[in-house]
Design a binder for this molecule. Structure first.
Ligand SMILES: C[S@@+](CC[C@H](N)C(=O)[O-])C[C@H]1O[C@@H](n2cnc3c(N)ncnc32)[C@H](O)[C@@H]1O
Length: 273
């Protein structure tokens, strides 16, 4: 099926809808990207006009097509142990503090977790680096707006290419190697899965976790937001951090020029005082 060109008017309408729905900012330079990503979804449902597709989304009372459209438009690139400096930072600066927190729970949030590589890396890291003295009550909440990546994450099965960066001893310890039809695939073991709870959460909508986090990973998500959405997200994330808790953003991101109440610790690491 040949998808029609996207008119300037349709591009503007989709940009506005996407921004209002999830904060992702697709400015003029992103027209081709939008055309390619939405076009894929349109082909799946047999629609070749952007104008018609816009009305399909608007007329869908269930809201499901909006979710599918946001699935199609989001960038989900991720990897195991991406930006490892954050793990080193935690080992040096946080774990000594955690040794004292024997009786309290430790709460982590992977906000914009994509297909699960980030929260599973964190879970393996915590298993290997927190000593016996530290609380056993550890929970990683992992959220994303995309239902597509969340179902991959919950499944926890990755091809060999994806697990390449995981050190061999961790791969042996925390993954089951597929056999027969599953050859070439690796499944995250239950002891790691049990530490992670996946949920759908739009970062531009209100949060309601009922507790505060020790560390929030919000990495490589805000780069797609404009200044206003970024500030609103940081404000609400700060509210969800306990005093002394940390916000980690991607290394290509910075809160420079963004209003916030966090203390800068080092590039891409901030603390709530
Ligand atoms: C590039 S990935 C980053 C994944 C991981 N944090 C990392 O650094 O490897 C960005 C993720 O943010 C998610 N995302 C984008 N906008 C979002 C929103 N408004 N609410 C929740 N998740 C969002 C996307 O679906 C995508 O999976």
């Amino acid at each position: 099926m040949v998808i029609q060109d996207i008119s300037d008017n349709s591009f503007r309408r989709f940009s506005k809808l996407i921004h209002e729905s999830c904060g992702i900012n697709l400015h003029d330079g992103k027209k081709e990207l939008m055309r390619a990503r939405l076009g894929k979804r349109m082909r799946e449902i047999g629609c070749n006009s952007f104008n018609d597709y816009f009305h399909i989304i608007k007329d869908d009372q269930t809201g499901e097509e909006l979710v599918k459209m946001l699935d199609a438009v989001s960038t989900n690139m991720t990897s195991f142990f991406r930006e490892e400096e954050h793990f080193q930072f935690m080992k040096k600066n946080l774990f000594p503090l955690y040794e004292k927190k024997k009786s309290e729970g430790l709460r982590f949030w992977s906000a914009g977790c994509s297909s699960g590589e980030e929260p599973y890396s964190l879970a393996m890291w915590l298993r290997d680096n927190l000593s016996e003295n530290v609380s056993k009550d550890i929970k990683i909440i992992a959220t994303d707006i995309s239902t597509k990546v969340l179902s991959l994450a919950a499944r926890g099965v990755y091809p060999a290419k994806t697990v390449q960066k995981i050190p061999a001893y961790q791969l042996r310890k925390y993954f089951q190697c597929g056999v027969n039809s599953q050859k070439g695939f690796y499944r995250v073991k239950k002891e790691i899965k049990d530490l992670v709870e996946f949920r759908r959460q739009n970062l531009t909508a209100p949060f309601n976790f009922g507790f505060c986090f020790d560390v929030i990973f919000c990495r490589n998500v805000m780069i797609y937001f404009n200044q206003e959405s970024r500030e609103a997200l940081i404000k609400r994330a700060t509210h969800c951090l306990r005093d002394g808790g940390y916000l980690m953003v991607g290394h290509a991101e910075s809160l420079n020029g963004t209003k916030h109440r966090l203390k800068y610790i080092q590039p891409s690491v901030y603390r709530k005082e």
